[in-house]
Design a protein around this ligand. Structure first.
Ligand code: PMP
Length: 353
């Protein structure tokens, strides 16, 4: 820390990203990436865009935004694209919260929410998940605060139905409700169809998971055009060129290959079902996941020990050293071979304890 650091930064605990080892030593099941490479069209268009990098990117990302609007059945001014969905979430904190309008989100959820709040000087409160790790939607009724809910939630993988999201919207007419759908393509129900009915709904999604573009950094928000205009105000006050032209081209390419995305999602769901059943067979408690990961715990080993033992055996998963969930590990769903390896190693470890 330098002696010049401002007061707000000095009290900030930054977000800790999952490990990104640069060798291929590990079966990498720790950051919920797709095990499949980006669609061919995405790769081809990104490579072509590389030859035009002397030019600034289009700050409106017109081609990509129009394509997203077509795919999601909304108007182009109801869409904003960002540098990963982390950025649209950050913009939402800046646009819809301040010292007087605080944020509310679950105690166990995406670890970046408290960081966005703190970095932007926004007060926030957390609401405990129930003992079974589900969200009690009534805790979000009529609270007069900006609500952030990951659906499916992370790292539990548990999803709310669209009807439950609608209940939250009905009871929050005067404040914004942000539904973070980073993992919705793996069996969740998207709230996007509700944006025409509720002008206080912002849905955020990402190309990092189902669309295999985590390294490209591409996310988006869909909501009422006035909400989107507010997010553009933040964007144009931060970085109008927030999505680079190679990524915008890749994003457009993926959207032209929706069959590829859908097929990959089906495979991940099958592999998730396989992994869930196999771990339960080995005595694990595995939460019902609608995401591309499972959250699992075994009475035989503490979460930190299981994480370390798996790492020693060449498998990287994620462990969160936080109250209520430190007994669990989060396991991203990869190819069937990767999941088979995981199950085999877990089985071996359990015979050793
Ligand atoms: N929301 C949730 C719930 C996440 O787990 C993640 C991934 N870490 C994100 C948003 C952000 O993902 P990205 O910035 O890659 O779109």
């Amino acid at each position: 820390m330098s002696r010049y650091q401002g007061a707000r930064l000095s009290t900030l605990s930054p977000y800790t990203p999952g490990e990104q080892p640069r060798d291929a030593k590990y079966v990498k099941l720790n950051t919920n990436e797709s095990p499949f490479e980006p669609s061919e069209k995405a790769q081809k268009l990104a490579a072509e865009a590389a030859g035009r990098l002397q030019l600034y990117s289009d700050p409106t990302c017109r081609v990509l935004v129009d394509k997203l609007a077509e795919v999601y059945g909304v108007d182009a001014d109801e869409v904003i694209v960002t540098n990963g969905s982390d950025e649209v979430l950050d913009f939402a904190f800046q646009a819809f919260c301040d010292e007087d309008v605080s944020a509310r989100f679950p105690d166990i959820t995406y670890g970046f929410y408290p960081v966005f709040a703190a970095r932007n000087g926004i007060p926030y409160e957390t609401v405990a998940l129930r003992d079974d790790f589900t969200i009690d939607i009534e805790q979000y009724f009529g609270v007069g605060k900006t609500i952030f809910i990951a659906n499916p939630n992370a790292p539990t993988g548990i999803a709310l139905s669209r009807d439950e999201i609608e209940q939250i919207l009905i009871h929050n007419k005067d404040n914004v409700v942000v539904i973070d759908e980073a993992y919705v393509d793996f069996g969740g129900e998207s709230a996007v169809p509700l944006i025409k009915k509720y002008d206080n709904l912002l849905v955020t999604q990402t190309f990092s998971k189902s669309r295999s573009l985590a390294g490209g950094r591409l996310g988006f928000g869909i909501g009422n055009r006035e909400l989107i205009a507010d997010l553009h105000t933040v964007r144009y006050s931060t970085n109008p060129y927030n999505v680079n032209s190679m990524t915008a081209a890749a994003g457009y390419g993926v959207l032209c290959d929706e069959d590829y995305t859908r097929a990959n999602c089906r495979t991940i769901i099958e592999n998730r079902d396989y992994t869930t059943a196999a771990l339960r067979e080995l005595g694990f408690r595995v939460l019902d996941s609608k995401a591309n990961f499972v959250f699992a715990t075994t009475p035989a080993m503490h979460g930190a020990d299981l994480y370390a033992a798996l790492k020693q055996n060449g498998i990287l998963v994620r462990h969160f050293d936080s109250p209520r969930i430190s007994d669990f590990v989060r396991i991203s769903i990869g190819t069937r071979e990767q999941m088979q390896t995981l199950v085999d190693v877990v089985e071996k470890l359990l015979t050793e304890v």
